[in-house]
Design a protein around this ligand. Structure first.
Ligand SMILES: Cc1cc2nc3c(=O)[nH]c(=O)nc-3n(C[C@H](O)[C@H](O)[C@H](O)COP(=O)(O)OP(=O)(O)OC[C@H]3O[C@@H](n4cnc5c(N)ncnc54)[C@H](O)[C@@H]3O)c2cc1C
Length: 353
Protein backbone atom coordinates (compact mmCIF):
# COMPACT_ATOMS: atom_id res chain seq x y z
CA UNK A 1 0.00 0.00 0.00
CA UNK A 2 1.35 3.43 -0.92
CA UNK A 3 1.18 6.54 1.26
CA UNK A 4 -1.89 8.77 1.03
CA UNK A 5 -2.12 12.32 2.38
CA UNK A 6 -5.84 12.36 1.63
CA UNK A 7 -8.07 9.33 2.10
CA UNK A 8 -11.51 9.61 0.49
CA UNK A 9 -14.37 7.37 1.56
CA UNK A 10 -16.33 6.12 -1.46
CA UNK A 11 -19.64 4.62 -0.41
CA UNK A 12 -20.51 1.62 -2.58
CA UNK A 13 -23.11 0.16 -0.23
CA UNK A 14 -25.84 0.57 -2.88
CA UNK A 15 -23.74 -1.54 -5.27
CA UNK A 16 -22.72 1.45 -7.39
CA UNK A 17 -20.91 4.78 -7.12
CA UNK A 18 -23.61 7.46 -6.87
CA UNK A 19 -23.23 11.15 -7.78
CA UNK A 20 -22.16 12.10 -4.24
CA UNK A 21 -19.51 9.34 -4.42
CA UNK A 22 -18.24 10.63 -7.77
CA UNK A 23 -18.31 14.21 -6.51
CA UNK A 24 -16.33 13.41 -3.35
CA UNK A 25 -13.68 11.64 -5.45
CA UNK A 26 -13.39 14.73 -7.66
CA UNK A 27 -13.02 16.89 -4.50
CA UNK A 28 -10.56 14.41 -2.99
CA UNK A 29 -8.36 14.75 -6.00
CA UNK A 30 -8.62 18.57 -5.86
CA UNK A 31 -7.81 18.53 -2.13
CA UNK A 32 -4.76 16.33 -2.71
CA UNK A 33 -3.56 18.74 -5.42
CA UNK A 34 -4.24 21.70 -3.11
CA UNK A 35 -2.17 20.11 -0.34
CA UNK A 36 0.44 18.73 -2.74
CA UNK A 37 -0.14 15.31 -1.21
CA UNK A 38 -0.86 11.81 -2.54
CA UNK A 39 -4.35 10.40 -2.20
CA UNK A 40 -6.32 7.17 -2.19
CA UNK A 41 -9.92 6.02 -1.79
CA UNK A 42 -11.32 3.54 0.69
CA UNK A 43 -14.50 1.53 0.39
CA UNK A 44 -16.11 -1.55 1.84
CA UNK A 45 -15.74 -4.59 -0.39
CA UNK A 46 -18.63 -6.42 -1.95
CA UNK A 47 -19.76 -4.08 -4.74
CA UNK A 48 -19.73 -5.33 -8.35
CA UNK A 49 -16.68 -4.51 -10.52
CA UNK A 50 -18.67 -1.80 -12.33
CA UNK A 51 -18.70 0.31 -9.15
CA UNK A 52 -14.88 0.30 -9.09
CA UNK A 53 -14.75 1.00 -12.82
CA UNK A 54 -16.83 4.13 -12.17
CA UNK A 55 -13.91 5.49 -10.10
CA UNK A 56 -11.47 5.37 -13.01
CA UNK A 57 -12.39 8.71 -14.63
CA UNK A 58 -11.46 10.48 -11.36
CA UNK A 59 -7.91 9.16 -11.50
CA UNK A 60 -7.92 7.42 -8.11
CA UNK A 61 -4.43 5.95 -7.82
CA UNK A 62 -5.36 3.28 -5.28
CA UNK A 63 -8.53 1.89 -3.74
CA UNK A 64 -8.32 0.30 -0.29
CA UNK A 65 -10.91 -2.45 -0.43
CA UNK A 66 -11.87 -3.13 3.18
CA UNK A 67 -13.06 -6.70 3.71
CA UNK A 68 -14.66 -7.96 6.89
CA UNK A 69 -17.44 -10.20 8.13
CA UNK A 70 -20.84 -9.75 6.47
CA UNK A 71 -22.22 -7.97 9.57
CA UNK A 72 -19.69 -5.13 9.03
CA UNK A 73 -22.24 -3.43 6.72
CA UNK A 74 -24.57 -2.95 9.71
CA UNK A 75 -21.94 -1.84 12.24
CA UNK A 76 -21.08 1.87 11.83
CA UNK A 77 -18.64 1.86 14.79
CA UNK A 78 -16.73 -1.09 13.30
CA UNK A 79 -16.73 0.59 9.89
CA UNK A 80 -15.34 3.77 11.47
CA UNK A 81 -12.67 1.71 13.24
CA UNK A 82 -11.71 0.06 9.93
CA UNK A 83 -11.54 3.42 8.13
CA UNK A 84 -9.50 5.00 10.95
CA UNK A 85 -7.10 2.03 10.79
CA UNK A 86 -6.83 2.40 7.01
CA UNK A 87 -6.15 6.16 7.41
CA UNK A 88 -3.40 5.44 9.96
CA UNK A 89 -1.91 2.67 7.84
CA UNK A 90 -1.59 4.82 4.74
CA UNK A 91 -0.52 7.95 6.62
CA UNK A 92 -3.58 10.02 5.68
CA UNK A 93 -3.64 13.54 7.13
CA UNK A 94 -7.15 14.24 5.88
CA UNK A 95 -10.09 11.85 5.66
CA UNK A 96 -12.74 13.20 3.29
CA UNK A 97 -16.38 12.04 3.13
CA UNK A 98 -19.61 13.23 1.50
CA UNK A 99 -22.03 14.55 4.11
CA UNK A 100 -24.74 12.03 3.22
CA UNK A 101 -26.18 9.48 5.66
CA UNK A 102 -23.16 7.13 5.73
CA UNK A 103 -20.64 10.00 5.71
CA UNK A 104 -22.38 11.95 8.48
CA UNK A 105 -22.61 8.77 10.58
CA UNK A 106 -18.98 7.74 10.10
CA UNK A 107 -17.15 11.10 10.23
CA UNK A 108 -17.40 11.88 13.98
CA UNK A 109 -16.60 8.26 14.86
CA UNK A 110 -13.51 8.28 12.64
CA UNK A 111 -12.44 11.65 14.07
CA UNK A 112 -12.76 10.34 17.65
CA UNK A 113 -10.66 7.30 16.82
CA UNK A 114 -7.95 9.34 15.08
CA UNK A 115 -7.97 12.19 17.62
CA UNK A 116 -8.64 14.37 14.58
CA UNK A 117 -10.20 17.78 14.09
CA UNK A 118 -13.72 17.41 12.66
CA UNK A 119 -15.30 19.87 10.23
CA UNK A 120 -18.65 18.94 8.69
CA UNK A 121 -20.87 20.19 5.87
CA UNK A 122 -18.09 22.14 4.18
CA UNK A 123 -18.94 23.93 0.94
CA UNK A 124 -15.41 24.86 -0.12
CA UNK A 125 -11.75 24.83 0.86
CA UNK A 126 -8.57 26.62 -0.17
CA UNK A 127 -4.97 26.73 0.89
CA UNK A 128 -3.02 29.72 2.14
CA UNK A 129 0.23 30.22 4.03
CA UNK A 130 -1.29 29.35 7.40
CA UNK A 131 -2.89 26.08 6.34
CA UNK A 132 -6.12 24.81 4.84
CA UNK A 133 -9.19 27.06 5.14
CA UNK A 134 -12.51 25.20 5.13
CA UNK A 135 -15.87 26.94 4.87
CA UNK A 136 -19.52 26.20 5.57
CA UNK A 137 -22.74 28.18 5.55
CA UNK A 138 -24.25 29.24 8.84
CA UNK A 139 -27.39 31.10 10.00
CA UNK A 140 -29.36 29.93 6.95
CA UNK A 141 -27.04 30.90 4.13
CA UNK A 142 -26.33 34.41 5.33
CA UNK A 143 -22.99 33.84 7.04
CA UNK A 144 -19.98 31.88 5.86
CA UNK A 145 -18.06 30.30 8.73
CA UNK A 146 -14.38 29.69 8.03
CA UNK A 147 -11.99 27.53 10.00
CA UNK A 148 -8.31 27.14 9.55
CA UNK A 149 -6.71 23.73 9.83
CA UNK A 150 -2.99 23.90 10.38
CA UNK A 151 -1.79 20.42 9.63
CA UNK A 152 1.45 20.96 11.53
CA UNK A 153 -0.22 21.88 14.83
CA UNK A 154 0.00 19.11 17.43
CA UNK A 155 -3.17 18.04 19.16
CA UNK A 156 -4.86 14.72 19.64
CA UNK A 157 -6.81 15.47 22.80
CA UNK A 158 -8.81 12.26 22.47
CA UNK A 159 -7.80 9.07 24.26
CA UNK A 160 -7.03 7.60 20.82
CA UNK A 161 -4.64 10.34 19.61
CA UNK A 162 -1.19 11.38 20.82
CA UNK A 163 -0.52 14.98 21.76
CA UNK A 164 2.89 15.17 20.12
CA UNK A 165 1.53 14.19 16.67
CA UNK A 166 0.05 16.67 14.17
CA UNK A 167 -3.73 16.72 14.29
CA UNK A 168 -5.37 15.02 11.30
CA UNK A 169 -8.58 16.41 9.82
CA UNK A 170 -11.85 14.62 9.11
CA UNK A 171 -13.84 16.69 6.63
CA UNK A 172 -17.32 16.18 5.20
CA UNK A 173 -18.67 18.11 2.23
CA UNK A 174 -22.32 18.85 1.46
CA UNK A 175 -23.53 16.61 -1.39
CA UNK A 176 -25.22 19.54 -3.11
CA UNK A 177 -21.89 21.32 -3.68
CA UNK A 178 -20.31 18.17 -5.10
CA UNK A 179 -20.14 17.77 -8.85
CA UNK A 180 -19.76 14.39 -10.49
CA UNK A 181 -18.40 16.11 -13.63
CA UNK A 182 -15.03 14.93 -14.84
CA UNK A 183 -13.10 18.15 -15.50
CA UNK A 184 -10.56 18.47 -18.32
CA UNK A 185 -7.09 17.57 -17.09
CA UNK A 186 -8.37 14.75 -14.86
CA UNK A 187 -6.51 11.76 -16.21
CA UNK A 188 -8.21 8.40 -15.62
CA UNK A 189 -6.37 6.43 -12.99
CA UNK A 190 -5.54 2.76 -12.79
CA UNK A 191 -7.58 2.42 -9.55
CA UNK A 192 -5.32 -0.32 -8.19
CA UNK A 193 -7.25 -2.33 -5.60
CA UNK A 194 -5.54 -3.29 -2.35
CA UNK A 195 -7.41 -5.57 0.05
CA UNK A 196 -7.45 -4.72 3.77
CA UNK A 197 -8.92 -6.97 6.38
CA UNK A 198 -11.11 -5.55 9.14
CA UNK A 199 -12.01 -7.35 12.34
CA UNK A 200 -14.99 -6.41 14.49
CA UNK A 201 -14.06 -5.50 18.06
CA UNK A 202 -16.48 -5.48 21.01
CA UNK A 203 -16.68 -1.64 20.80
CA UNK A 204 -17.23 -1.90 17.05
CA UNK A 205 -20.27 -4.11 17.55
CA UNK A 206 -21.82 -1.74 20.11
CA UNK A 207 -24.16 -0.07 17.61
CA UNK A 208 -26.03 -2.07 15.00
CA UNK A 209 -28.30 -0.87 12.18
CA UNK A 210 -31.61 -2.72 12.56
CA UNK A 211 -33.43 -1.42 9.46
CA UNK A 212 -32.88 1.04 6.64
CA UNK A 213 -36.02 3.04 5.99
CA UNK A 214 -36.13 5.02 2.72
CA UNK A 215 -36.92 8.72 3.24
CA UNK A 216 -40.59 9.68 3.05
CA UNK A 217 -40.95 12.71 0.70
CA UNK A 218 -43.74 14.03 2.95
CA UNK A 219 -41.51 14.27 6.01
CA UNK A 220 -37.95 14.47 4.68
CA UNK A 221 -36.14 17.76 5.33
CA UNK A 222 -36.64 19.88 2.16
CA UNK A 223 -32.90 20.60 2.24
CA UNK A 224 -32.38 16.88 1.52
CA UNK A 225 -35.39 16.31 -0.78
CA UNK A 226 -34.73 15.07 -4.31
CA UNK A 227 -37.90 16.38 -5.97
CA UNK A 228 -39.63 19.52 -4.67
CA UNK A 229 -42.96 21.02 -5.70
CA UNK A 230 -42.89 24.55 -4.29
CA UNK A 231 -46.08 26.57 -3.92
CA UNK A 232 -46.18 30.35 -4.22
CA UNK A 233 -48.85 32.99 -3.75
CA UNK A 234 -50.21 32.12 -7.20
CA UNK A 235 -51.91 29.21 -5.39
CA UNK A 236 -55.21 29.73 -3.60
CA UNK A 237 -56.30 27.40 -0.79
CA UNK A 238 -57.89 24.93 -3.21
CA UNK A 239 -55.01 24.76 -5.69
CA UNK A 240 -52.54 24.49 -2.80
CA UNK A 241 -54.41 21.40 -1.56
CA UNK A 242 -54.36 20.01 -5.12
CA UNK A 243 -50.62 20.66 -5.40
CA UNK A 244 -50.00 18.81 -2.09
CA UNK A 245 -52.07 15.88 -3.36
CA UNK A 246 -50.19 15.79 -6.68
CA UNK A 247 -46.84 15.92 -4.84
CA UNK A 248 -47.99 13.05 -2.65
CA UNK A 249 -49.00 10.93 -5.63
CA UNK A 250 -45.76 11.43 -7.57
CA UNK A 251 -43.44 11.23 -4.54
CA UNK A 252 -42.40 14.90 -4.41
CA UNK A 253 -41.79 16.98 -1.27
CA UNK A 254 -43.75 20.20 -0.76
CA UNK A 255 -41.97 23.50 -0.18
CA UNK A 256 -43.41 27.03 -0.01
CA UNK A 257 -42.45 30.64 -0.62
CA UNK A 258 -42.49 33.02 2.31
CA UNK A 259 -45.98 34.50 1.74
CA UNK A 260 -47.44 30.97 1.69
CA UNK A 261 -45.69 30.23 4.98
CA UNK A 262 -47.02 33.56 6.32
CA UNK A 263 -50.54 32.36 5.46
CA UNK A 264 -49.91 29.40 7.77
CA UNK A 265 -50.44 26.78 5.05
CA UNK A 266 -47.12 25.08 5.81
CA UNK A 267 -44.72 25.13 8.73
CA UNK A 268 -41.46 27.15 8.79
CA UNK A 269 -39.08 24.24 7.92
CA UNK A 270 -40.86 24.00 4.54
CA UNK A 271 -40.13 27.64 3.63
CA UNK A 272 -37.48 27.97 0.94
CA UNK A 273 -35.29 30.97 0.22
CA UNK A 274 -32.86 33.39 1.77
CA UNK A 275 -34.46 33.24 5.21
CA UNK A 276 -35.82 29.76 4.65
CA UNK A 277 -34.12 26.53 3.64
CA UNK A 278 -31.44 26.23 0.97
CA UNK A 279 -32.32 23.31 -1.26
CA UNK A 280 -30.50 21.25 -3.89
CA UNK A 281 -32.95 18.74 -5.40
CA UNK A 282 -32.71 16.95 -8.72
CA UNK A 283 -35.92 18.75 -9.72
CA UNK A 284 -37.34 21.98 -8.31
CA UNK A 285 -40.81 22.79 -9.66
CA UNK A 286 -42.03 26.30 -8.77
CA UNK A 287 -45.82 26.68 -8.98
CA UNK A 288 -47.09 30.29 -8.93
CA UNK A 289 -43.84 31.68 -7.56
CA UNK A 290 -42.69 35.04 -8.97
CA UNK A 291 -38.96 34.43 -8.45
CA UNK A 292 -37.89 37.22 -6.09
CA UNK A 293 -34.19 37.35 -5.30
CA UNK A 294 -35.01 36.29 -1.74
CA UNK A 295 -36.58 33.10 -3.03
CA UNK A 296 -34.02 32.41 -5.76
CA UNK A 297 -31.27 32.72 -3.13
CA UNK A 298 -32.32 29.34 -1.75
CA UNK A 299 -32.78 27.30 -4.94
CA UNK A 300 -29.56 27.88 -6.92
CA UNK A 301 -28.21 24.43 -6.02
CA UNK A 302 -31.12 22.68 -7.80
CA UNK A 303 -30.06 20.43 -10.66
CA UNK A 304 -33.11 21.42 -12.75
CA UNK A 305 -35.57 24.26 -12.18
CA UNK A 306 -39.00 24.13 -13.81
CA UNK A 307 -41.65 26.80 -13.27
CA UNK A 308 -45.28 27.41 -14.06
CA UNK A 309 -46.60 30.95 -13.89
CA UNK A 310 -49.49 32.86 -15.44
CA UNK A 311 -47.29 35.91 -16.08
CA UNK A 312 -44.73 35.37 -18.88
CA UNK A 313 -42.70 38.29 -17.50
CA UNK A 314 -42.28 36.75 -14.03
CA UNK A 315 -38.59 36.84 -13.00
CA UNK A 316 -38.64 33.11 -12.25
CA UNK A 317 -38.50 32.34 -16.01
CA UNK A 318 -34.89 33.49 -16.67
CA UNK A 319 -33.78 31.49 -13.61
CA UNK A 320 -35.52 28.30 -14.81
CA UNK A 321 -34.32 25.57 -17.17
CA UNK A 322 -37.87 25.12 -18.40
CA UNK A 323 -41.02 27.18 -17.92
CA UNK A 324 -44.73 26.98 -18.66
CA UNK A 325 -47.00 30.01 -19.00
CA UNK A 326 -50.29 28.68 -17.68
CA UNK A 327 -52.97 29.05 -15.01
CA UNK A 328 -52.22 26.50 -12.30
CA UNK A 329 -55.93 26.37 -11.39
CA UNK A 330 -56.52 24.80 -14.82
CA UNK A 331 -53.40 22.64 -14.94
CA UNK A 332 -53.49 21.04 -11.48
CA UNK A 333 -56.94 19.35 -11.74
CA UNK A 334 -56.00 17.95 -15.16
CA UNK A 335 -52.68 16.59 -13.89
CA UNK A 336 -54.39 15.03 -10.88
CA UNK A 337 -56.95 13.38 -13.16
CA UNK A 338 -54.17 12.07 -15.44
CA UNK A 339 -52.15 10.68 -12.50
CA UNK A 340 -55.32 9.11 -11.04
CA UNK A 341 -56.21 7.48 -14.38
CA UNK A 342 -52.71 6.10 -14.73
CA UNK A 343 -52.74 4.68 -11.19
CA UNK A 344 -56.05 2.98 -11.97
CA UNK A 345 -54.69 1.47 -15.21
CA UNK A 346 -51.59 0.22 -13.35
CA UNK A 347 -53.81 -1.27 -10.62
CA UNK A 348 -55.98 -3.07 -13.19
CA UNK A 349 -52.89 -4.44 -14.97
CA UNK A 350 -51.55 -5.74 -11.66
CA UNK A 351 -54.83 -7.52 -10.88
CA UNK A 352 -54.97 -8.98 -14.41
CA UNK A 353 -51.32 -10.09 -14.23
C1 LIG B 1 -35.33 40.09 4.17
C2 LIG B 1 -36.30 39.29 3.34
C3 LIG B 1 -36.15 37.92 3.31
C4 LIG B 1 -37.03 37.14 2.55
N1 LIG B 1 -36.87 35.78 2.54
C5 LIG B 1 -37.66 35.04 1.75
C6 LIG B 1 -37.48 33.62 1.67
O1 LIG B 1 -36.65 33.01 2.33
N2 LIG B 1 -38.29 32.93 0.82
C7 LIG B 1 -39.25 33.54 0.05
O2 LIG B 1 -39.94 32.84 -0.72
N3 LIG B 1 -39.45 34.86 0.15
C8 LIG B 1 -38.69 35.63 0.98
N4 LIG B 1 -38.92 36.96 1.06
C9 LIG B 1 -40.08 37.53 0.34
C10 LIG B 1 -39.78 37.79 -1.13
O3 LIG B 1 -39.19 39.05 -1.28
C11 LIG B 1 -41.04 37.71 -1.99
O4 LIG B 1 -41.99 38.59 -1.49
C12 LIG B 1 -41.66 36.31 -2.04
O5 LIG B 1 -40.67 35.37 -2.40
C13 LIG B 1 -42.78 36.25 -3.06
O6 LIG B 1 -43.43 35.02 -2.95
P1 LIG B 1 -44.32 34.46 -4.15
O7 LIG B 1 -43.48 34.34 -5.37
O8 LIG B 1 -45.00 33.24 -3.64
O9 LIG B 1 -45.47 35.56 -4.32
P2 LIG B 1 -45.65 36.66 -5.43
O10 LIG B 1 -44.42 37.49 -5.61
O11 LIG B 1 -46.90 37.38 -5.08
O12 LIG B 1 -45.84 35.85 -6.77
C14 LIG B 1 -46.97 35.09 -7.09
C15 LIG B 1 -46.79 34.61 -8.52
O13 LIG B 1 -47.86 33.77 -8.87
C16 LIG B 1 -48.24 34.03 -10.20
N5 LIG B 1 -49.64 33.63 -10.34
C17 LIG B 1 -50.74 34.23 -9.82
N6 LIG B 1 -51.84 33.53 -10.11
C18 LIG B 1 -51.43 32.44 -10.81
C19 LIG B 1 -52.12 31.35 -11.40
N7 LIG B 1 -53.45 31.22 -11.30
N8 LIG B 1 -51.40 30.42 -12.09
C20 LIG B 1 -50.07 30.54 -12.20
N9 LIG B 1 -49.36 31.57 -11.66
C21 LIG B 1 -50.04 32.51 -10.97
C22 LIG B 1 -48.04 35.49 -10.38
O14 LIG B 1 -47.86 35.81 -11.76
C23 LIG B 1 -46.80 35.76 -9.54
O15 LIG B 1 -45.63 35.69 -10.36
C24 LIG B 1 -38.06 37.77 1.82
C25 LIG B 1 -38.19 39.15 1.86
C26 LIG B 1 -37.34 39.90 2.61
C27 LIG B 1 -37.50 41.39 2.64
Amino acid sequence: MSLAGVLVFADLSSGSLDDAGKGILAEGRRLAETLGAPWAAACFAGAPDGAYEAMRPYGVPEVLDIRGPEELADLPCAQAEALADAARACGARVVLLAHDDPGATLAPRIAARLGAALFTEAVSFSRDWDGLTVRRRAVGVQVVEQRLWNEAAPGGGSPYGRRDEPTPLVLTMLPRVLSAAVVPGMRPGPARRTARLAAVSEAGAATRVRARIPPDPRTVDVAEAQVIFAAGLGCDRESFAQLCELADRVGASVGVSRPVYDLGWKELPRMIGQTGKTVGPRLYFAWGISGSMHHLGGIGGSRRIVCLNADPKAPIFPAADEGFVADLREVLPRLLAAVGARAQRDGEREVAG
